[in-house]
Structure formats: C-alpha cells, structure tokens
Ligand binder design. Structure first.
Ligand code: ADP
Length: 397
C-alpha cells in the first residue's frame, strides 16, 4: 500500500510517495517548467536520483510522467503495480467557507473547488487539473483534498471579517480565509507532542518565500496574518504584505493600471521591492553584510513586521506556551530570529544565543524563559499523507 502526495502549482508538480508506515517518504520528485518544451523531472529516493528534461505540455502529461517514474524508474521499482497506490492526497489552496477539513474527492468536491477559482485564480485551477489527471490515470485510488485554508475554519467572525460594507462579504466573499494552514496545523500538532500539551496556546510563524503568522488558542487557529488572498500580512519574498489600501487608488489616480499595481504588490514588492537586489533572504543577508543599505533596510522591515504580528497575536492566545518559527527563513536564519526576537525579555521571550545557532527541531529560548521559543521544521506533505491514509482507511472500513 502506497500513499502519493501531489502538489500541482502554476508551473510545477511536486510529489512524495509514502509507505504504510508513513514516517520518511520513500521518494520525492518534482517536474519544473510545466507547459514548456524543456520541463525538468527529478526523482530522488534514498538509493537513486534520476533527472530528465523533456516537453511536458500539460498536467495530464505531467501526472502520466509521475506515474511512469514511480512504476518504471529505479530498480527495484518504487511501485510494482499502480494499484498499490491506494490514496492520493492533493494539496488544494482554497477551500473557501465550504471546506473546514480534508475530504474524499468526488465530483461535487471538484465542482465546489471550481466555484472557488475566482478566489485563487493561480492555484485552484492547477490543483483541479492535478485531481482530474490522477482520477484518470490512477482510477482505483481514493483522492483526498487537503486545503491550505481549512485550519482557519475556526477563526471567529471578529477575526475573519473586514470592516467593509457587509454586502461585499455576502456577494463577493470578501473576508479573511488564511493560507499556509497545512503548515501551521503541522506545527501545532508537532508542538502539542513536543510540549506534551494536547491543546497548546501558541503563535506560529511560517517564514519562507511566502510568510504568515498564526495565533492558536487551545489548539485552534483564532487569527492569521494572511487575508482574503495570500498577499496580506508579513513582508514576503516578492509580496508586499500589509499596506494602506488607499495606496491602490492613489496609484490608479496617478495613472498606473490594475495589472501594474498587482505586479508591484505581488511580484515586485516584498524583500525584492524594498532591496532592489533580491527576493532571497540569504542573499540579502550577504548584501547587508557587504554594506548595501537597501538590503539591510529590507531585512529590518521584514523583522519589524514579524515583531508587530508577534505582539498583536500574543494578546489573542491567552497564556502563551510557545512561539514557533518555521519555513526556509524561520528554520535556517539565525539573524532573522535574532532580529525578530531580540530585546523582548520583558514580554517573557528570552532567546538563547547559542541554541539559536543550532540546527533542526529544538527549543531556542533559555530554560527560564517564561514563554518558550522553538524552531520546528515544517512538513506539510507528511500531514497530507496522514490525512489521506486516515480517510482512505475510513472509506475501506
Ligand atoms: P517556499 O515558501 O518557496 O517554500 P522556503 O520555505 O524554501 O520557500 O524559503 C525560502 C527562503 O528561505 C529564501 O528567502 C531563502 O533565502 C531562505 N533561506 C533558506 N536557507 C536559508 C539560510 N540558511 N539562511 C537564511 N535564509 C535562508
């Protein structure tokens, strides 16, 4: 029995294969450059690595490639017979108000995901294309949709409603949905185990190219920095995060088009926009060390925004058990954590400088810090695999 986890993005398919025991994946693969004549497909296992470059015009051909790789590459083959793949977990970005938990996919689920396309125009159509291709190529498998928004189904109205005309909410779905929910849920479940506390109160930060914060009270999300779309909140690689919405009409009145403003906020903003150098935190840290002032400023604005949300979210979780850092920056950057957490001793957050320099999953606060601070590497695929295995088993019973 095998579980496949699939993440279809706008130009890539990422996948991981799990055995019944879950734990570490048996294989991880990725097709990049989907829709081009030179797509790159890499598959890695503990034993071998294979890479090919070939045209992959669409998701159906991409998924066919994935099935071929799993059943034909390597020796022994990872999957002897495609029917061994009993469950396929799909990451789906937007579940709207309809999906507060993972579900077995049927035609009505696909239609509901389609109806949410307008809220996630870059992501949901790609996720759906992956679901349809798998249904065709692995017809015996049970498909499971795991939503990036679902963890935020517990947000109270005072946290998910915007102070805009109520009509916009009713007629256009204008509200906070939140994203990165699979990662934040993984962090909460992991913290619950590590802290031996089934329903912890915490603030979690997923800091990668996309970045978000989540306030968790008694194990449930009560607030998040991301909004109706993944543009709100923290400073990201190329996304602005929070701005005054009046900036948009100011720029429109100055003659910029909607497309130009969108590009500025989504692709040319964030660390890239501020620094004018790069969207990559590590590169900016090097540039700042080399004396480039705009890089140093970008890092400062990034850290300032993290601190702002940290302070705000500590007011929402009750007696806080811990603050968790994850994502490429949150897991790896000593500097980002130092800038975000420095000087907060009076708030009960005491960073331990030497633990901050360590690696992997660990506590990075001092033993006597009133609120503990942790680095927990996220593992979204393992959570998708677990949900998929659970729902497949429930189907079979
Ligand atoms: P994504 O959101 O695309 O999954 P990641 O979680 O991989 O992105 O995060 C990418 C970011 O993590 C980049 O800004 C990169 O510079 C940063 N990063 C990765 N490793 C390090 C490191 N050792 N030190 C500082 N930043 C790092």
């Amino acid at each position: 029995m095998r579980i496949l986890v699939v993440n279809c993005g706008s130009s890539s398919i990422k996948y991981k294969l799990y055995g019944v025991q879950m734990g570490e994946p048996l294989a991880a693969g990725m097709i990049e450059g989907l829709g081009t004549a030179e797509a790159r497909h890499v598959l890695e296992t503990g034993r071998f690595r294979k890479e090919i470059v070939m045209p992959v015009p669409d998701y159906r051909r991409g998924v066919a490639q994935v099935v071929e790789a799993l059943t034909e590459w390597g020796s022994p083959r990872l999957v002897g017979d495609p029917e061994e793949i009993v469950g396929v977990g799909h990451r789906v970005v937007h579940g709207g108000e309809q999906f507060n938990e993972s579900v077995v996919i049927d035609s009505s689920v696909v239609e509901t995901i389609r109806a949410l396309d307008s809220l996630a125009p870059l992501h949901n159509p790609a996720n759906r294309a992956g679901i349809e291709a798998i249904a065709e190529l692995l017809p015996h498998s049970t498909g499971v949709a795991v939503f990036d928004t679902a963890f935020f189904g517990t947000l109270p109205p005072h946290s998910y409603r915007y102070a805009v005309p109520a009509r916009w909410w009713r007629e256009h779905g204008v509200r906070r949905y939140g994203f990165h929910g699979i990662s934040h849920r993984y962090l909460v479940e992991r913290a619950a185990l590590l802290w031996d506390k089934p329903e912890p109160n915490l603030v979690s930060f997923h800091l990668g190219n996309g970045a978000s914060a989540c306030a968790v009270r008694r194990g449930r999300a009560v607030d998040t920095s991301m909004g109706m779309t993944p543009l709100e909140g923290l400073v990201m690689g190329t996304r602005s995060g929070d701005i005054d919405p009046a900036v948009v009409f100011h720029l429109m009145e100055a003659g910029l088009s909607v497309a130009e403003i969108r590009r500025g906020l989504e692709r040319q903003g964030g660390l890239r926009g501020l620094s004018g150098i790069s969207a990559d935190f590590r590169r900016l840290a090097e540039a700042a060390d080399a004396g480039q002032a705009s890089a140093a400023l970008a890092l400062q604005v990034f850290a300032h925004r993290v601190r702002r949300y940290l302070g705000a979210f500590l007011t929402q979780v009750g007696r806080c058990d811990g603050v968790v850092f994850s994502g490429g920056i949150g897991e790896n950057s000593v500097r980002a954590r130092r800038m975000a957490l420095g000087g907060l001793e009076t708030m009960g957050l005491v960073l331990d400088a030497s633990r901050n320099h360590g690696r992997g999953e660990r506590r990075i606060s001092t033993d006597d810090s009133p609120i503990s601070i942790w680095v927990i590497p996220t593992d979204e695929e393992s959570l998708i695999a677990r949900d998929t295995a659970r729902l497949v088993t429930a189907e079979q019973d």
